[in-house]
Design a protein around this ligand. Sequence first.
Ligand code: DCP
Length: 230
Amino acid sequence: SSHSCVAKEGTWSEAQFCCWFQICIEGNIASGKTTCLEYFAKTNNIEVLPEPVSKWRNLRGHNLLGLMYEDVSRWAITLQSYVQLTMLEQHTLPLTAPIRMMERSIYSAKYIFVENHYRSCRMPAVDYEVLSQWFQWIISNVKIQIDLIVYLQTSPEACYKRLRNRCREEEQIVPLEYLVAIHQLYEDWLINHTLFTIPAPVLVIPADHDLQKMLKRYEKNWERILSPSR
Ligand code: DCP
C-alpha cells in the first residue's frame, strides 16, 4: 500500500486510513529533530506532533528540565516520570492524518536517557527500577505503533556546537561528555544492536551538515521516509 489514499471531506476517521503510518524522529540533543519535523509539517496528510519539551519546562509553573540539569540525582526521576507520561500521551492520541511524525518516543526516553542516568550512577537504582516497572507495564499493555524510526546521526561535537548556539537556558551547563554518552547509547541501540530491542525499522540520515544541506537531504529522502516499501 502507499500513502496516496485521500480522505473524504470533513474530519478524518480511522476507517479512512487505508494505510496509517507512524514515524519517530530520533537523535541526540540538538541533532536537528525539530527542523526535520518542521520540514515535513508542510506536507499534506502529515500530522506533526509538537514536542512536549515545553510541558517539561512548565508543569504548573515547575521547570522539571531545569531542576534535572541543576541536580540530576535528585530530579531525574521526576523529569523522566513526566517524560514517560507525555510520550505515552503522544503515542496514544487519536490520529488526525494518515501519517504521524513525532519527536523521539517512549523507547528512547527509557533506553537512552533513563539508561544514561542510571549507568552514570546519577540515578539511584531504586528510581531506575520504579521507572522500569512502569515502562514494562506500558509497553506490554498499551498498543504503541511505530512503523519507522528516522535516526538523525550526528557527531556529539556538532550537537554541542548547536546546543551552545541556541541558548536554551537550562542546557548551558550540559558538558560535551553528556552528549558523547547519549550518542554512544543511540549508536549501540540503533546501529550496533547491542542494547535492547528496536521497535521498528531504522532509516539513518547523517545529520552533521548545515541547515540548507539538511533540507536538501530531507527532500532527497522524502520518498524513503514517507513510503518505505513494506
Ligand atoms: N531530555 C531529557 N530526557 C528525555 C528527553 C529529553 O532529559 N527523555 C532533555 C534533553 C534536552 C531537552 O530535554 O535538554 C530537549 O530534548 P530534545 O533533544 O528532545 O529536543 P531538542 O530541541 O534538543 O531537539 P532538536 O534540537 O534535535 O530539535
